[in-house]
Ligand binder design. Sequence first.
Ligand SMILES: Cc1cc2nc3c(=O)[nH]c(=O)nc-3n(C[C@H](O)[C@H](O)[C@H](O)COP(=O)(O)OP(=O)(O)OC[C@H]3O[C@@H](n4cnc5c(N)ncnc54)[C@H](O)[C@@H]3O)c2cc1C
Length: 388
Amino acid sequence: MPNTADAVIIGGGVMGCSILYSLAERGVSGAVLLERDVLASGSTSRSQAILRMHYSNEVTTRLAWDSLPIFVNFHEIVGVSSGYTKTGYFVIVGPEDREAMEANVAMQRSVGVDASLVTAEDVREIAPMVETADGEAFAYEPDSGYADPYSVTTGYASAARERGARVLSGTPAIGVEIAADRVAAVLTEDGRIETPIAVVAAGPWSGPFLRSIGIEAPLRPIRHQVIMLRRPQDIVPDHPIIGDVVNDMSPRPDVGNLTLIGVGEDEYAEPDSFDQGVDMSLVEQTFEKLASRMPGMASALFRGGWSGLFTTTPDWHPILDRVEGIDGLYIAVGFSGHGFKLSPMIGAVMAELITEGQATSVDISSLGLRRFEEGRLLRSRYSMQVLA
Ligand SMILES: Cc1cc2nc3c(=O)[nH]c(=O)nc-3n(C[C@H](O)[C@H](O)[C@H](O)COP(=O)(O)OP(=O)(O)OC[C@H]3O[C@@H](n4cnc5c(N)ncnc54)[C@H](O)[C@@H]3O)c2cc1C
C-alpha cells in the first residue's frame, strides 16, 4: 500500500480504469486505483456493451462518436483488442416517436455521425430477418456494434500500470479525508493514501459513498436484465443490433450464435443484494416480442441470462464534475445504463478536467452536479430513457 499518490481513483470499473489510463497518458503517472473487489466486477461485467451513436442530446452523441475510433483502434492505442465487432444498429420507433427520431438523426448528422433515416424496404434489404409494421420509423448506423467490457477495462488498467499507475484490487476506499476544504487523503482499511486528488467512479455504490463524505447526488440503481438465446443458425445466422423502442428491448448478436436481449422494468435495486438472475415471466414476454420482430427467432433456445445495475440519474445522463467547495474531489458517476460506449472519452474529459481545469475535447459543462437543483435536465426524446 503506497502512502502517497498523485491521484486516487475509487472504483475499478470501465470508468475508473479509463480515467486512470487517461491521467497516465497526460503525465499523471503516480496515480492509484482502488477496487473493492476485482476489476470490472460491478456494472461493467454485466454490460451488453452496445456501441451506438443514437442519442437525444448532442453531448452524449459526441462522447459516443469520439469514443468509437478508440474502440476500433484499441489495440494500436491501448495495446489489446477491445473486441469491437461491427454489426450495424437500427432504431425502430412507433408513429408517435417519428418526429423525435428525425430530430435525433438530424442532430447526429450535424455532429458528423454516419446515421440516416431509412425506409422499411431498406430495413428488409439490410436485415431480411427483421419484420416491420405499418407506421414504424427507422434509423440506421452502419458503424455501430459491440465490444468486450472486460478486455477494455483490464486493457486500460494494464496500459496505465505500464505508464506508472498502481491498481489495488480487494481494497475498498472507506472514506476521503478533507482538510481546509481540500482533499488530503483517501482512507482504506489498510491505511491512508495521501493525495491532492480523489475521483469517485464507484458505479452503483457511488451514492452511499458520496453521502458518507457529505455529498448528495441523485443516483438510483435499477436492475436491468440480459436474456441469452441461442439462434437457430440455419434460419437466423446473424442480425444487426436493434434499439427496439416499440417493444422496449435491445437484441444484439454475440459470438457462438448467441443473441443477448436487454430488457427490464424501472425497478430499484440494492447493489449488494439484488437478484442477479433473470425473471422467467419476462423471458416469456420477451420471447413473444422478439418473435414478432424477428420471426425466425421463434425457435431460439433459452440459454440463461443475468442482471446488472443501471446507476440512473433523474435525466439518465452521467454526472461529470468537480465537487464545489472541496478542492481536488471529482465525480464520474450515474452512467444510467449507457456508459460503456462513452468510456474512452469519459477518461479523456475527466483527465482534462483534472489536469487543465476544464474538459477541452468535448464540452461537458451540461453534465454538472448542480443541473438537478438548477432544473437544467437533459431529456430523452423517447419513452426509452436509455436513448438519452
Ligand atoms: C445489464 C446492463 C447492460 C448494459 N448495456 C450497456 C450497453 O449496451 N452499452 C453501454 O454503453 N452501456 C451499457 N451498460 C452500462 C455500462 O455497463 C455502465 O454504464 C458502465 O459499465 C459503468 O461503469 P462504472 O465504471 O461507472 O461502474 P462499475 O462497473 O459498477 O464500476 C464501479 C466499480 O467500483 C467498485 N467500488 C464500489 N465501491 C468502491 C469503494 N468504496 N472502493 C473501491 N471500489 C469500489 C465496484 O466494485 C466496481 O467494480 C449496461 C449496464 C448493465 C448493468
